[in-house]
Structures are given as structure tokens and as C-alpha cells.
Design a protein around this ligand. Structure first.
Ligand code: SAH
Length: 252
């Protein structure tokens, strides 16, 4: 196995490259790829930057140029469902591009000529990832995020959810917009800007993949303020803990 690990923003992968054993860097197409080991797992870490094109290109490069056999995306997202709160973790069972609409030629959301709107994640990787996230919350959450920070972000007892993540080239910061999207996509748990693009590439290349998102905001008018503070204070540490745990436990 060679695992490609993608995030959009630096904070979403904070500390991971530094924690790699035997790191080797290569710059290609304006991205920095670092090869090395996390535990016994051979990995390649990279920041895709923001948006579907950026994420799709990066996933393609990881597969074609760096020979990864599996892909993991770790990042943050806006809540897309009333039961999903800031500080919760969403592990994707499937992903969809909510801004794809070639109707009436194809049904809304369907990626033309694939016959698909929903792209399923790999069950094994997804189970392991959800398990790592659950165990992080159960055993390490309180030691990782101190009481003051938990108070500041009103983090009670964060939960892990599994289900649909929707991606599009828009930072959603409107209650009206997120509610409309939720009505069009019942079961949608979170919105972000990269996951479904990575999902399409991995599907087409036959590469198993999984996506994990920490909820940074409620995709409403307050999203921009919540987002900035939360990503640097909390989400970066969630990602580090869960991804290193995931890699440790993959080898066993
Ligand atoms: N202001 C930030 C921009 C971040 S864009 C900056 O200057 O760096 C938001 C990133 O987090 C994207 O990578 C996206 O995947 C995710 N995200 C978090 N909340 C989101 C929301 N409400 N809508 C869309 N994407 C969101």
C-alpha cells in the first residue's frame, strides 16, 4: 500500500509532514509532495489548495506520478444537517458534486457519462477511518483540546457521523443557501469544496479512497468567522491525531 494524503489547507494537515520518517520532498505543478512513512504506512502528503479542479489534479498526480494505491482526504467542512455540529466529524460513505447540473440532458447532480451522482468511498478504509475518529473522541479528545478551547467553541461531546458529503466550488455562508441544498439533498451531512472531485478521480482510476471532515462552521452567515478560528485552534489537532492513529492501526 502507498497512501496519498490530501488536504486543501495547511492547517488541515498540520504536523503530519514533520511526523513522517524519511521524508523526501518534490515540487510538481505548484504543489509540494512529501514521501515518507507514517508508522509502517508508506505515505505521500500534499496540499491540493481549494476547489474541485485543484483537488482533482492533485489526486491524479498522486496516482499517476507518485504511484499511490489508496487515497485519504482530511479537512474541514460546513455542517449540512441539523444534527451535525461544529466539532463533530463526518466520514463520507458517498460524495456528490452539488454544482453539477447538466439537466435536462442528464439528471441534476449526475456527472455526465458516468451515470453517477453519488461516488461511494471504500468500505474498508472508511470503517477504519470512522473507528480511528471514534477512538480519538473517546480517548484523546479532552487531552488534545483543553477546557478553555472546548468552552470557546461550545464543544460538548463531539460525535462521528457517516453519510453523504456534498462538494462544490463555493464557500457556503448563507443559511438560505445551505437549507435549500439540504432540501435538494436529503441525508447530506456536510458541504466542502474538494471531496467529490477526489472521489470522481479515484472512482475512474479504480483507487480506493476515504474522506474525513471536521465540522468547522454552520455554512451560515457566521461561517467565515467561525471557520478561521476553529481551523487553526481545533481542526488541525483533530486531523493530526486521527490520521496518525489511522495509519498506526492500518498496519495491525
Ligand atoms: N478563508 C479561507 C478560505 C477557506 S475555503 C482562506 O482564506 O484560506 C474553505 C475550505 O474549507 C475549503 O477547502 C472547503 O473544503 C472547506 N469548507 C469549510 N467550511 C465550508 C463551507 N461552509 N462551505 C464550503 N467549504 C467549506
Amino acid at each position: 500500500m502507498r497512501l496519498g494524503i490530501i488536504s486543501a489547507l495547511q492547517e488541515e494537515q498540520q504536523g503530519l509532514v514533520e511526523a513522517m520518517q524519511g521524508p523526501a520532498k518534490l515540487i510538481h505543478g505548484m504543489r509540494e509532495y512529501t514521501r515518507g512513512r507514517i508508522g509502517a504506512v508508506e505515505a505521500v502528503c500534499v496540499l491540493s489548495r481549494i476547489g474541485k479542479v485543484a483537488a482533482a489534479t492533485t489526486a491524479s498526480m498522486l496516482i499517476e506520478r507518485f504511484g499511490v494505491t489508496h487515497v485519504l482526504f482530511t479537512g474541514v467542512a460546513g455542517a449540512g444537517h441539523a444534527g451535525v455540529r461544529v466539532g463533530d466529524i463526518v466520514v463520507a460513505d458517498s460524495l456528490l458534486q452539488y454544482d453539477m447540473d447538466a439537466s435536462p440532458l442528464f439528471p441534476r447532480f449526475e456527472v455526465p457519462l458516468t451515470g453517477l451522482a453519488h461516488f461511494q468511498t471504500d468500505l474498508y478504509l472508511t470503517n477504519r477511518l470512522a473507528d480511528s475518529a471514534e477512538r480519538f473522541l473517546a480517548h484523546d479528545f479532552e487531552a488534545t483540546i483543553d477546557a478553555a478551547e472546548r468552552g470557546q467553541f461550545a464543544l460538548g461531546q463531539p460525535r462521528v457521523h457517516r453519510g453523504l458529503i456534498a462538494s462544490g466550488d463555493q464557500f457556503i455562508s448563507s443559511a438560505q443557501r445551505i437549507n435549500a441544498l439540504g432540501e435538494a439533498l436529503p441525508g447530506m451531512l456536510a458541504v466542502e469544496m474538494e471531496g467529490a472531485a477526489v472521489a470522481q478521480v479515484c472512482f475512474e482510476m479504480g483507487v480506493p479512497f476515504a474522506v474525513m471532515r471536521t465540522i468547522s462552521d454552520n455554512a451560515n452567515e457566521a461561517a467565515a468567522t467561525d471557520f478561521m478560528r476553529f481551523v487553526s485552534a481545533v481542526a488541525s489537532r483533530y486531523a493530526f491525531q486521527i490520521v496518525t492513529r489511522f495509519c498506526r492501526e492500518l498496519e495491525t
